[in-house]
Structure formats: C-alpha cells, structure tokens
Ligand binder design. Structure first.
Ligand SMILES: O=C(O)CCC(=O)C(=O)O
Ligand SMILES: [Fe+2]
Length: 317
C-alpha cells in the first residue's frame, strides 16, 4: 500500500546505467515541490534493499524482546559524544521508547549487541546503504534548489556525524499515547521506515496531523533544520511526532544524514545577499545547536516555550 497524503518519488532512474533523464526530471520535480510545500515525501526504488529493511526490523524486534539485563550489555561507552548503543528515554521524558543508536559502521564509539546473531552486520549494511541513498537525495535537493552542481555534497563532506537509530515503542496506556512528541529534526535529511503498526505523523498545519501509512517498500524522507536554514526557508523542516497505539507495540528505524559539527550554518548567499533578501537566521556553529537541542532532553525546561528549536536563531525574534 503506497500511501497517504505525502508525495511519492520513484528513485529508480538514479540507479540505472542508461540514465533515464525523463524519470530523473519527474523525481526532481516531485521532491522539489514536496520540500517547499511540506518538507516530507517518500521514495520507492530507493536503493536500500527491501529485504534488508525487513531483516533489520526483524532483528530489532528480537533484540528489544530480550530481558533488560541482556539489552543493557550493549550500554553506551562513557565519553561517547552521544549514547551509541542501547538506551531508554529517561522516566521524566514525555517520549516513550527504547532505542539502539549507532554511528557510522567504523566508529569506535559503537557498541553492538552480540545477539541476535548477524544483527550487527545487518545494521552496518543498512547504515551504508542509507548513506548512499542520502547522498543521491541530497544531490536532488541541491539541483531543485538551483545550487551549483554538487554544492551541498562538497559542503556536507564529513560522514562521521551520521546516525542511525532503531526504536521500540510500548503500547499506549489509557492516559497517554505519545511516542515522540512534536519536533523538527536538526540535521539535513532523515529517512524513516516503520512496521505495519504505523504511528508517524506529519504536521501539515496547526493541529492538522497526517498519519503516514506504513509500507514495507518505502522510505519516508523529511527535511531537517539545516536545509531549512541554508535555503533561507525555501524548504521546510517538517514538524512530526510518533503516536502509540493501544495493544500494539511499534518498531521503526530512523537514519539521520547529518553535517559535521564544525560546519557553519547560515542562509546561503544564493537565497539571501545575492538576491537582496534578508537572511532569516543568524549563522551558527552546528555543534552549538546540537548541544542546545540535547539540553532540551537532558534538562527539560519547565515551560514548553523555553524548548530550543531552530527559531532560536531566527532574525525576526
Ligand atoms: O520512530 C520514528 O518513526 C521517528 C522518530 C523521530 O522522529 C526521531 O527520532 O527524530
Ligand atoms: Fe524526528
């Protein structure tokens, strides 16, 4: 079943030798429009093997089904920049999930579970496949924005900061059903796939949520804050959340195509000074923004309006 209220682009022309120019043009048009209208779309024939996605979800369900002490064997190393390995949301968090987080396959920060057998290889393979597809989607976005060829690829040339996470969300209770509260992703581009339970919702408008229908062959793509800032709001970082269901656990994967922490992020001249349009954001060092966003989680502000998001750098506030 392919799907709900979000546009679908077929990426197969980007994986064929012959170069189907018409097919590429069609995908580029769909993605460009989706990035400016919604910040959300989905892709089929995306180069990530569907069997690998299914295997990864199966392994993930098995892993999360283990008793706590077994999962905790994959606890993060002290000193890692983010808790790579198995973790749970702290009890005070309104987000309700447990997760397994990894950096690129060769990162020394990674901690893999020894079981299920072969799971760590599946995760590494999936991660590499995501990177490949993300670089194609990034180059499509580059072209849709009318940037010089490979401009974004050259800017975003440090793959150490990419992240992949698999999640297990418990069933909803009688009084609450949030899995991940409303947020926008900080990074460049995010891929998500979810099991048949669903629950990912896109914020289309104030109080208007579009549920994303699960599909085993599809990758859901959302634009993150970095692209929104670089494009001076041409493209939207989309608000989204995860809602849990009564009586059904949910499993999903998310891949975060990031940029290096030492990158300077600001509206590109192409969308501001070159065309006499005021920049909508002050420039910032990406890792400073990451720190602020992390602080939202570790030291949650008591007033919701104090939660830091990209509007912190807005020039109009
Ligand atoms: O589990 C999902 O479907 C998405 C999670 C998410 O939005 C995130 O981790 O940023
Ligand atoms: Fe997200």
């Amino acid at each position: 079943m392919v799907n709900s209220g979000i546009p679908t682009a077929d990426l197969s022309p980007f994986f064929t030798e012959e170069g189907d120019e018409g097919g590429k043009k069609k995908a580029i048009e769909i993605i460009g429009k989706a990035c400016s209208d919604l910040g959300f779309f989905q892709v089929v024939n995306h180069g990530v093997p569907v069997e690998l996605m299914a295997k990864a979800l199966g392994g993930s369900k098995e892993f999360f089904g283990y008793p706590s002490d077994r999962k905790l064997e994959a606890s993060p190393q002290p000193g890692a920049p983010l808790p790579a390995g198995y973790g749970r949301q702290p009890p005070h968090s309104p987000d309700k999930n447990e997760f397994f987080l990894m950096f690129p396959p060769d990162s020394t920060f990674n901690v893999f579970p020894s079981n299920p057998q072969g799971f760590s290889c599946v995760l590494k393979e999936l991660f590499s496949s995501f990177v490949n597809t993300a670089s194609i989607v990034e180059s499509i976005i580059n072209d849709c924005l009318g940037l010089p060829p490979n401009f974004l690829g050259e800017y975003n040339n440090d793959r150490k900061w990419d992240l992949m996470s698999t999640f297990r969300y418990p069933c909803a209770s009688e009084v609450e059903n949030i899995g991940v509260r409303e947020h926008k992703d900080v990074n460049c581009i995010t891929f998500v796939f979810q099991d048949e339970v669903g629950g990912l919702e896109l914020k289309a408008d104030v109080d208007q949520w579009i549920p994303i229908t699960p599909d085993r062959t599809t990758l859901i793509v959302n634009v993150g804050d970095v692209v929104q800032v670089l494009s001076n709001d041409r493209y939207k970082s989309a608000g989204h959340r995860v809602v849990r269901q009564a009586g059904r656990e949910r499993h999903s994967f998310a891949f975060f195509y990031n940029i290096g922490g030492d990158k300077w992020v600001e509206p590109l001249p192409h969308f501001s000074t070159d065309i006499d349009e005021p920049p909508k954001y002050r420039g910032f060092l990406y890792q400073d923004y990451l720190q602020l966003r992390l602080r939202n989680k570790t030291h949650p502000p008591s007033r919701p309006q104090d939660i830091i998001n990209i509007s912190y750098y807005s020039t109009s506030t």
